[in-house]
Design a protein around this ligand. Structure first.
Ligand SMILES: Cc1cc2nc3c(=O)[nH]c(=O)nc-3n(C[C@H](O)[C@H](O)[C@H](O)COP(=O)(O)OP(=O)(O)OC[C@H]3O[C@@H](n4cnc5c(N)ncnc54)[C@H](O)[C@@H]3O)c2cc1C
Length: 570
């Protein structure tokens, strides 16, 4: 599912046949085997925004009106008639929907349990393609409609407003925003819900619950973003991190029949989601935004039955025995026979005392369309000389007045791909400052001024620049591993050939065989992607490792149930 909204009228004009395709008589007959006929009466509500999906409906006669919440009531989005069907991506994900479905006339429907719908999508190739495409396009249409089911009220300059907006956007949740600095309606909305202005940001969830500066977990809970899962179940494969590596493992694992569970701190896509355009990923000659790639991968994983929980952070792995147990920050734990560490890495911050104060208020770690809007026609700084810095520079140069790239080294040649260096050299509004670093940030509520220092002569210059993008290298997300697996001296996870004899003796490696290629020094605990020591920090590499590790996961699972499968010592 690509989460980038396209106006619904445009979608209906150009892709109505795919968004709302008519089922043939033969397809309806096939679906009839999976459900039962039921009658509806005009005005009957089939589901409301906030309901988890339970049934999937095919219209035989009569109709179903799909309605969206607006400020002053509900508005018709689309009317399903004979041969049409309900559903969008939430049906496969198990998260709450955003639409009210109401019978417009008396009629007849086929009602199919949502579990059966998942089976159909996995087993009937023709219907699978038809449903997946329709569900994805419908979610795109819903995103463009800014339904008032969820309203974010806050200041465009506040870090928490940006966090909440990013969480909703990256999880493809339709929402409307009211900016207290620019929208006259924001004050009216705050008064209506008796919220003092100093309590912003607030989220009005489902039109009634007022969440004051909620955590991502509180917001996800109110919106029922995550499916209801039985945490006493022992999963085949637990994946920590839904970046490219984790998502690839989920697609391959679930498509090969494994019971796959993913936990993710924020939203699917990892670092890749913060990239405005990935141009070197195979198969996308004109590039693809990280958000779109993540959305597609997630739809694919969910089609095959993988379960994802977002706003769900791994805080401690218990590795004394299999099944392994993982504690989550919000409480509760998950159990699995095999664990994949795919928690990636995150960018280093600058060592400047008041940096935190300006996060989202002038300091950014991502350069997506969201940030580009904030600094349109302004002068900006990008810190860092890697590919992510180069991409951000080229992307932002198209909308910003001037882009300054600050690097500590003497240029970009060692750290950046040459195609990006060429584009930077050809852009008249990008300047590269070698041997230069930011040393001070100033501003009252948001960043207003920065000082940078040139290493060659230690001169300091002050500039009225209010937007700084930090693209300065990565640290691995491995604290939650609780000393369970061997790490290198920078904290990246050792696997396969990177493991030293002392790593194996430390965990008393119990098997006759050596660890598999992507296996750590704990049997059945694997690592893939940026978090792994020696990995190539690229989307394609993370996807390759995530998908190829699944073959070793099968072997590790077989070893648990059939000791005879244990290979002799290598
Ligand atoms: C701005 C930018 C642009 C880039 N552009 C390109 C490009 O054009 N081409 C290219 O090939 N590569 C690019 N990269 C690099 C690429 O995005 C990474 O190599 C890739 O995303 C690594 O994937 P991963 O799954 O290993 O880790 P990540 O993408 O880092 O994903 C890890 C995930 O794990 C989650 N996580 C972390 N800790 C926990 C925890 N304790 N519990 C639960 N979840 C957790 C994180 O929230 C994250 O979603 C770019 C990176 C950035 C930042």
């Amino acid at each position: 599912m690509t989460p980038e909204p396209i106006a619904v009228n445009e979608l209906l004009r150009t892709r109505r046949d795919q968004m709302f395709p008519k089922l043939t008589a033969a397809q309806v007959a096939r679906l009839e085997h999976h459900g039962e006929r039921r009658h509806t009466q005009a005005g009957e509500i089939l589901f409301e925004p906030g309901d988890r999906p339970r049934k999937f409906y095919v219209v035989i006669d009569g109709n179903i009106e799909l309605l969206l919440a607006r400020h002053d009531g509900y508005e018709l989005f689309y009317t399903l008639t004979s041969g049409d069907f309900t559903g969008e991506m939430n049906a496969l994900r198990g998260s709450a929907g955003v639409v009210r479905a109401r019978a417009g006339h008396d009629g007849t429907l086929i009602a199919i349990d949502i579990e059966r719908l998942r089976t159909i999508v996995q087993t009937d190739a023709e219907l699978s393609e038809l449903f997946m495409r329709a569900f994805i396009l419908r979610r795109m249409g819903l995103l463009s409609e800014h339904s008032c089911d969820v309203v974010l009220i806050g200041s465009g300059h506040s870090a928490d407003t940006l966090r909440l907006s990013e969480f909703l956007t990256r999880n493809t949740i339709p929402f409307a925003t009211l900016d207290v600095n620019t929208d006259a309606d924001a004050q009216t909305a705050l008064e209506r819900f008796h919220v003092p202005a100093e309590n912003v940001p607030v989220v009005i969830c489902r039109g009634e619950h007022v969440l004051k500066n909620p955590s991502n977990f509180e917001l996800a809970s109110c919106l029922k973003v995550n499916p209801q899962l039985d945490d006493s179940r022992v999963h085949d494969l637990l994946i920590v991190g839904a970046g490219p590596a984790g998502l690839a493992a989920a697609v391959y694992g679930a498509s090969e029949g494994l019971d796959v569970r993913l936990v993710e701190t924020t939203a699917p896509g990892g670092q890749a989601s913060t990239s405005s355009k990935i141009e070197n990923y195979l198969g996308f000659p004109t590039g693809i935004s990280g958000l779109a790639l993540a959305g597609r991968a997630l739809s694919q994983a969910q089609k095959f039955g993988a379960s994802l929980s977002v706003a769900s952070q791994a805080v401690r792995l218990h590795c004394e025995r299999q099944p392994y147990v993982l504690d989550l920050a919000e409480g509760g734990s998950v159990r699995a026979n095999v664990v994949l560490i795919a928690s990636g890495a995150q960018y280093r911050a600058l060592e400047i005392d008041n940096l935190q104060r300006f996060l989202g208020a002038g300091i950014y770690y991502a350069a997506t369309a969201l940030e580009a809007k904030l600094c349109k026609d302004e002068e900006i700084v990008i810190v860092g000389g890697g590919n992510s810095a180069g991409q951000a520079a080229v992307f932002l140069a198209s909308s910003c007045n001037h882009v300054h790239i600050l690097v500590r080294s003497d240029g970009l040649a060692e750290s950046m791909s040459s195609y990006l260096i060429r584009r930077i050299e050809e852009s008249p509004n990008i300047t590269v400052h070698a041997h230069t670093q930011v040393v001070a940030l100033e501003g009252e509520h948001e960043l207003e001024r920065i000082t940078w220092r040139r290493g060659t002569d230690a001169t300091e210059e002050q500039h009225d620049i209010a937007h700084v993008f930090l693209m300065t290298g990565a640290l691995p997300n491995t604290r939650w591993l609780n000393g369970c697996v061997a790490l290198d001296d920078r904290g990246f996870v050792r696997t396969g050939l990177e493991l030293r004899p002392e790593d194996l003796s430390k965990t008393r490696w119990p098997l006759a065989r050596q660890p598999y290629l992507l296996e750590t020094n704990l049997p059945g605990v694997f690592a893939a992607g940026d978090v792994r020591c020696g990995s190539v920090k690229r989307v394609a590499a993370a996807v390759g490792e995530g998908s190829s590790c699944v073959q070793f996961v099968h072997r590790a699972l077989r070893e648990l149930t059939e000791p005879a499968h244990q290979p002799a010592a290598v």
